[in-house]
Write a protein that binds this ligand. Structure first.
Ligand SMILES: *[C@@H]1O[C@H](CO)[C@@H](O)[C@H](O)[C@H]1NC(C)=O
Ligand SMILES: *[C@@H]1O[C@H](CO)[C@@H](O)[C@H](O)[C@H]1NC(C)=O
Ligand SMILES: *[C@@H]1O[C@H](CO)[C@@H](O)[C@H](O)[C@H]1NC(C)=O
Length: 353
C-alpha cells in the first residue's frame, strides 16, 4: 500500500500532539497524605527510637548464620535486631548452602520466621517489609519468571507487555512474602559508555514515562484491595544516568533544563501512576549529592512532582555523602542531611550506625 505524504504528515502530527501519558485511573490506587486511622494510631504510640528503627533497612547477611553460605537464619541475630533496634526492613537475595537462591517457598518461610520473632520480641509487633531488586522479573527468587532487560522491554514500545511482566513479578514476589520491589529503573543516560544503559527503557523520556507508569501499575495496581500487589520504587532519583565520564556512580553533570526535560518526565508519570516509594541516587548532581539537596529532594520531588510516598536511600548512601562526596564532616551529619531533605528510610545496610 502506498502512503501519501499528506497521510504521513497527518499521522506524524497526531503522534506529536498525542499529549501526556494516558493513565487508567480506575486501574490503580495512589498513596495519600492521610494515613489510615489504625496506622496513625500505631505511629503515635511509637517512641522516637522505635520510629528510627522502622526507618532502617539491613542486608540479609546481618541475620544469616554465615554471610557467605547463608545456610539459614541466625535467630539470635534476628532477636537482637528486633528487640534492640526494631529494624523495619531487610533486603537482598537470600540463599542457603544447598540451593543457592531460595525459591518462593524458601523466601515465604524466611520472612514468616523473621516476623514470628518480631511477634515474640517487639512491643508493637510490626512486621518487617522485605525488598528485592526485581528489575526484570523477581530474579532473586529461584523459581520466578525472568523477563528481558529494560532496554529490550523498551524496544517493544508496548506498555501492556511491560505492565503484564510487572503484574507477574508482583504476583511471584507477594507469593514469596516479598512486598517491595526496587524497580522500575527510570534512568536516562546521555553517555554511551555507561555500563548500566541496558537496564533502562532507553533514552527517550516519553517512552520511559509510558513504560515506567505501566510498570508501576503492573506492580501496584489496586494495592489497597489486591494481595498480589507489591510496592514499586522508582530509581535512581535523579540524574543517576547523567554520569559525566560514563563510569557507573560517577557524578552527574547535567544542565538543569536537560534534567527537567529528559530525566524528570518519567518520574512525573510514574508518580502520577501511584508509585509508593522512590529510591535516591548516590551520585552528586552538578556538585551536590542528591540526598542532601533541598532543591532535588524537597522542591522538585515533593512540591513540584507531588510525591506523597516514601523515600528510601540506595546502598550505604549515608556513608557516600561523607566518605565519597565529603559533603559533611561525619556520619551523624550525613544522617541529618538525609533526614532534613526528606529521605525516610536508610539502606544502611550492614550496621546500625
Ligand atoms: C548469630 O548472631 C549472634 C549475634 O549477632 C552472634 O554472636 C553469633 O556468632 C551468630 N552465630 C552464627 C552461627 O553465625
Ligand atoms: C547447610 O545448612 C544446614 C542448616 O540449614 C546445616 O545443617 C548443614 O550442615 C549445612 N551444610 C554445609 C555443607 O554447610
Ligand atoms: C515464639 O514464641 C513461641 C512461644 O514462646 C515459641 O514457641 C516460638 O518458637 C517462638 N518463635 C520463634 C520463631 O522464635
Amino acid at each position: 500500500m502506498r502512503i501519501s505524504t499528506a497521510v504521513l504528515i497527518c499521522a506524524l502530527s497526531t503522534l506529536a500532539v498525542a499529549g501526556p501519558v494516558e493513565y487508567h485511573q480506575s486501574k490503580f490506587d495512589t498513596p495519600t497524605d492521610k494515613l489510615d486511622h489504625d496506622v496513625q494510631k500505631l505511629l503515635d504510640s511509637l517512641s522516637l527510637q522505635e520510629k528510627i528503627g522502622q526507618l532502617s533497612q539491613l542486608n540479609i547477611n546481618t541475620i544469616s548464620i554465615d554471610s557467605w553460605s547463608m545456610n539459614g537464619l541466625n535467630k539470635t541475630a534476628v532477636e537482637y535486631y528486633a528487640e534492640t533496634w526494631g529494624i523495619g526492613s531487610f533486603l537482598n537475595q537470600a540463599q542457603d548452602n544447598t540451593t543457592w537462591l531460595l525459591d518462593s517457598r524458601g523466601y515465604a518461610k524466611l520472612v514468616n520466621e523473621i516476623n514470628e520473632i518480631y511477634l515474640n520480641k517487639t512491643k508493637h509487633k510490626i512486621p518487617i517489609i522485605y525488598g528485592l531488586d526485581s528489575v526484570r522479573g523477581a530474579h532473586y527468587i529461584k523459581d520466578a519468571t525472568i523477563f528481558p532487560a529494560g532496554i529490550a522491554q523498551g524496544a517493544t514500545f508496548n506498555p501492556s507487555i511491560v505492565e503484564e511482566a510487572n503484574k507477574i513479578t508482583a504476583f511471584e514476589s507477594s507469593t514469596a512474602n516479598v512486598k517491595w520491589s526496587f524497580s522500575p529503573i527510570l534512568d536516562i543516560s546521555f553517555n554511551k559508555l555507561w555500563p548500566r544503559l541496558y537496564e533502562n527503557f532507553g533514552e527517550d523520556p516519553y517512552l520511559t514515562s509510558v513504560l515506567g507508569a505501566a510498570a508501576v501499575i503492573g506492580l501496584q495496581g489496586k494495592f489497597k484491595t489486591d494481595d498480589t500487589k507489591i510496592a514499586a520504587s522508582l530509581k535512581h532519583y535523579i540524574g543517576y544516568g547523567g554520569t559525566r565520564t560514563g563510569q557507573d556512580k560517577d557524578n552527574a553533570w547535567v544542565p538543569i533544563n536537560y534534567l527537567l526535560d529528559y530525566q524528570v518526565p518519567a518520574y512525573r508519570a510514574a508518580i502520577a501512576a501511584g508509585a509508593a516509594t522512590v529510591m535516591t541516587s548516590y551520585s552528586a548532581v552538578n556538585g551536590q549529592p542528591v540526598s542532601s539537596s533541598k532543591y532535588l529532594m524537597d522542591t522538585l520531588l515533593r512540591k513540584e512532582l507531588g510525591f506523597k510516598g516514601m523515600v528510601v536511600s540506595d546502598w550505604q548512601e549515608g556513608y557516600y555523602i561523607q566518605q565519597h562526596h565529603y559533603a559533611v564532616k561525619d556520619l551523624y551529619n550525613a544522617v541529618i542531611a538525609e533526614i532534613n531533605t526528606g529521605t525516610d528510610m536508610s539502606m544502611t545496610p550492614t550496621d546500625t550506625e
